[in-house]
Design a protein around this ligand. Structure first.
Ligand code: URA
Ligand code: SF4
Length: 204
């Protein structure tokens, strides 16, 4: 089963039912090499939904979103911004880990437009079930999935009207880990904190 799909064009039903159906998804080739589907997590009445790109190595093994290095960075920033992660629903644009084997390591590969489009079936299903006050795109892949077109994060950063949802675009937390030196890391982190505080004000 690929998930129920009525005239809406996205998954329908309860989050629990969708999560179970997504375990067997074969809508794009990414299910073949990944360990498991990593569905979103959080309360079904969450005021804010955060959308990342795709599970990373650790998420693929754990079956939970944002538990690796990017997730720890996200948790730290959420806490420092005074937002409660347990009240938020956290998910990804693409629900299987895409990677390239490199020796014993698995290197993250960015999902392509077709994979993002295929997996929107689940993302839109999650959003239809939760009906959040605000949807936050963490980085370009999430913004592309929600806007239905390519989005330049640095230009469009801030409040953004997605076709179906009131939204906000910010950077992906993993970009904070990639900053080249301590000073730019601090600047990037502070800008991210500022975004999270605005998000908290937009959807208390
Ligand atoms: N990066 C993401 O975009 N999502 C995760 O779940 C982990 C890392
Ligand atoms: Fe299905 Fe998404 Fe996995 Fe592709 S990445 S197989 S669309 S759950």
């Amino acid at each position: 089963r690929q998930g129920r799909n009525d005239e809406t064009g996205h998954a329908t039903g309860s989050l629990t039912a969708m999560r179970q159906e997504a375990e067997h998804c074969t809508r794009c080739p990414l299910y073949r090499n990944a360990t498991q589907t990593v569905f979103g997590e959080g309360p079904r009445n969450a005021p804010v939904v955060f959308v990342g790109e795709q599970p990373g190595d650790q998420e693929d093994l754990a079956g939970k979103p944002f538990v690796g290095p990017a997730g720890r960075m996200f948790d730290k920033a959420m806490e420092e911004a005074g937002l409660d992660r347990s009240r938020a629903y956290v998910t990804n644009a693409v629900k299987h880990f895409k990677f390239e084997p490199r020796g014993k390591r698995r290197l993250h590969k960015r999902p392509n437009a077709g994979e993002v489009r295929a997996c929107r079936f689940w993302l839109e299903g999650e959003l239809a079930a939760i009906k959040p006050d605000l949807v936050v795109a963490l980085g370009a892949t999430a913004a592309q999935a929600l806007a239905l077109q390519a989005v330049a994060v640095t230009k469009m950063r801030g409040p953004f009207s997605f076709p179906q949802h009131k939204g906000f675009i910010t950077v992906h937390p993993s970009s904070l880990l990639r900053a080249p030196d301590e000073e730019s890391r601090q600047l990037a982190y502070r800008a991210f904190l500022k975004d999270l505080k605005r998000i908290g004000d937009l959807a208390p």
